[in-house]
Design a protein around this ligand. Structure first.
Ligand SMILES: NC(=O)c1ccc[n+]([C@@H]2O[C@H](COP(=O)([O-])OP(=O)(O)OC[C@H]3O[C@@H](n4cnc5c(N)ncnc54)[C@H](OP(=O)(O)O)[C@@H]3O)[C@@H](O)[C@H]2O)c1
Length: 397
């Protein structure tokens, strides 16, 4: 391991086989590869072939698959390389606790919470794509990063935009933040039209190329709902300071409105590599080979008020923010179960929000979490209740 001011930064990438993970490895290459980053650990789940290929290409010290059944396949694929191999939940947490300077948290869903928390507690800077860490664990997660001594740098393009639009020392002067939303593939659709869509139709995002969960979440606007809660915790805002505006071109990635009427925004082409590069090099900026905005070609930027009737997820996020406590964890867990049921064809597109709302209404008694165990208990109970509702719906159908 090299030391000194020009030594490569030690980087771990959790979820390296996913959309953010693959883009992260591309950014690493663009920023200088092994001259710039020593890859400590990378992780995946089902896609063992890609994980092994990535580990060899970037020279990772450790490759972890979350899927214990895939251990043998990963070990075979990496035999003779000297790359350490591990599998399972505990192995992921142990990998999170390794001595990386910066950790890209890009596992999808609540599965990303424990390894990211381990990295935060050990003091790594956290490049946070996995919004579920903040939606579920909120203040506890922010506190863990602060106590570990690392920095929390958002990767979600909206939160990266807000982070970049925040003026140093002017947090007290923030009036509101405005999260932009493309509106997804069903922006102009009626509820009747949305009722019968399949996951294949819902995953076709008009502007961004992303993983399945976030693509479906963009169609239902559950992704924006999660982002509202993420923003509240990340920037320590009151619920009434978090606004959403539909902006179909996805060029303004989000904005900060100040008490003097100024609004600062960050703009760019819809390419996650800009936000990833910023998180990996913060507080500096480095050259990236991404498409540049051509304003003459763009010609116009449009905005529309969001429709909380057609997209009830936004109303649910507002409810979760106002109720506080563990409602974010509950909404997130119930929605994750409903998302899988929708993808499996067990429930319809509109039922995802119904299920999340019923579970949230049933679990208003879960007050603010004192420990991570409280978060995991609420998460588990919300999953159980969402599963029960789905089973009842299937019996009734
Ligand atoms: N994609 C984007 O543009 C984007 C933008 C902003 C924020 N985000 C956030 O970033 C996170 C990742 O999104 P993504 O679009 O990159 O997702 P994705 O393409 O579905 O990739 C998810 C990653 O997590 C791994 N994974 C899946 N289930 C797992 C489990 N149970 N335990 C451990 N690892 C597991 C996957 O492994 P395998 O592929 O090997 O199965 C893959 O590496 C999400 O929280 C999302 O909201 C994404």
């Amino acid at each position: 391991m090299k030391t000194g001011p020009n030594a490569p930064r030690r980087l771990s990438i959790f979820g390296s086989t996913g959309s953010i993970g693959v883009n992260t490895l591309d950014v690493v290459t663009q920023l200088g590869g092994r001259e710039a980053f020593e890859v400590v650990a990378i992780s995946g789940n089902a896609n063992v072939a890609l994980l092994a290929e990535q580990a060899k290409a970037c020279g990772a010290e450790l490759a972890v698959t979350a899927d214990e059944a895939s251990y043998g396949a990963l070990k075979d694929a990496l035999s003779g390389t000297g790359i350490e191999v591990a599998a399972g939940r505990e192995a992921l947490i142990e990998a999170g606790a390794r001595d990386a300077d910066v950790v890209m948290a890009a596992i999808v869903g609540t599965a990303g919470l424990e390894p990211t928390l381990a990295a935060a507690r050990r003091g790594a800077d956290i490049a946070l794509a996995n919004k579920e860490c903040l939606v579920s664990a909120g203040e506890l997660f922010v506190k863990a990063v602060a106590e570990g001594g690392g920095q929390l740098i958002p990767v979600d393009s909206e939160h990266s935009a807000i982070f970049q639009s925040l003026e140093d020392g002017q947090h007290h002067a923030i009036e509101r933040i405005v999260l932009t939303a493309s509106g997804g593939p069903f922006r102009t659709w009626t509820r009747e039209q949305m009722a019968g869509v399949t996951a294949d139709v819902a995953r076709a995002h008009p502007n961004w190329s992303m993983g399945l969960k976030i693509s479906i979440g963009s169609a239902s606007m559950f992704n924006k709902a999660l982002e509202m809660i993420e923003a509240k915790h990340l920037f320590n805002l009151r619920p009434d300071q978090v606004e959403v505006i539909v902006h179909p071109q996805s060029v303004i990635h989000s904005m900060v409105g100040y008490v003097d009427g100024s609004v600062l925004a960050q703009l760019g082409c819809p390419d996650m590599r800009t936000a990833i590069g910023y998180a990996l090099t913060y507080p500096n900026r480095s050259k990236l080979d991404v498409e540049r905005l051509d304003f003459a070609k763009l010609a116009r930027l449009d905005f529309e008020a969001p429709d909380e009737v057609r997209f009830p997820a936004l109303r649910l996020a507002r409810t979760a923010l106002e109720r506080g406590g563990l409602q974010g964890a509950v909404m997130n867990a119930a929605e994750e179960i409903a998302f899988h049921a929708f993808c499996d064809g067990r429930i319809g597109f509109l039922e995802m929000a119904d299920i999340a709302e019923r579970v949230m209404d049933d679990m208003t008694g879960y007050k603010a979490a004192a420990t991570m165990e409280d978060v995991f208990a609420a998460d588990g109970e919300a999953r159980r209740r969402a599963g029960e509702i789905i089973a009842q719906k299937e019996m009734a159908a």
